[in-house]
Design a protein around this ligand. Structure first.
Ligand code: NAI
Length: 214
């Protein structure tokens, strides 16, 4: 199957496979069957086989998967074998929290810069990153080969700022602002809404309560 035909649902499950395989690798597990993986991950073995078949299967049936190989291959599919340089736009609560989170770097996402329109924040240091004014972006993006921008600004200015970023060479936006961005084709956007996850949790609480009503 051509990779462009693979559903977003399958792609959406790959990071979880990658995470579990990373843990198995860390524990020294060398081979794992789809059945064993299914027990660890609490998804069906047939779902795992179906997902992996989109990419050629990754291993012989019956013999199990080579954990290291599978981890590397899924990492490659996710583009994690390459480094990505990031900037964060909006050095408020969320922007600073993300800038402080070191673990992205383990996956090859390197936080290079932090930008904000508020002059009071300019020069502030977050981890080893100094908050800079917005008019430094163009030069910074070029000099540091930035491909991803993280948007942690209010929705009122996000659309305009995203356009500005794209004009300055940004190829992908990790968007935390609660608004749909209007970007040209070829620019990748991933919207993150933590409240969606919270609403799912709320739904599951309600469903459990309804099902267990005496
Ligand atoms: P905050 O008010 O602490 O930080 C926002 C920062 O953006 C401020 O430092 C401000 O000066 C800066 N800013 C505003 N307009 C700008 C512009 N045009 N260019 C550059 N910088 C600009 O807010 P917080 O708590 O960090 O949240 C940031 C945004 O993220 C909010 O819009 C909030 O709704 C959203 N958010 C989204 C979440 C999600 O799950 N998607 C979770 C939490 C917040």
């Amino acid at each position: 199957m051509d990779e462009k035909d693979i559903s977003q649902a399958v792609i959406g499950r790959l990071p979880r496979y990658f995470r579990y395989l990373g843990e198995l690798k860390y524990e020294g597990v060398e081979r794992i069957s789809s059945q064993e993986l299914s027990e660890v991950m609490k998804v069906t073995a047939s779902q795992i086989r179906q997902d992996f078949n989109n990419f050629g299967g990754f291993g012989q049936q019956g013999y199990g998967y080579n954990v290291e190989y599978l981890y590397q291959e899924i990492g490659k599919i996710l583009g994690l074998d390459k480094k990505h340089n990031l900037i964060i736009i909006g050095a408020g609560n969320l922007g600073q929290a993300l800038a402080n989170y070191m673990n992205f770097e383990r996956r090859g996402f390197i936080m290079k810069g932090l930008f904000d329109s508020n002059p009071e924040l300019h020069g502030k240091q977050v981890r080893d990153i100094i908050v800079q004014p917005m008019d430094h972006i163009m030069e910074f993006v070029k000099e540091n080969e930035i491909d991803i921008a993280v948007l942690t600004i209010p929705k009122t200015s996000a659309v305009e700022v995203a356009e500005h970023l794209v004009q300055n060479g940004i190829r992908a936006i990790w968007n935390f602002a609660h608004v749909d961005l209007n970007v040209p084709e070829g620019i990748q956007v991933e919207n993150v809404h933590l409240s969606d996850s919270l609403m799912k949790l709320s739904y599951n609480i309600n469903r459990y309560d309804t099902e267990h009503k005496k």
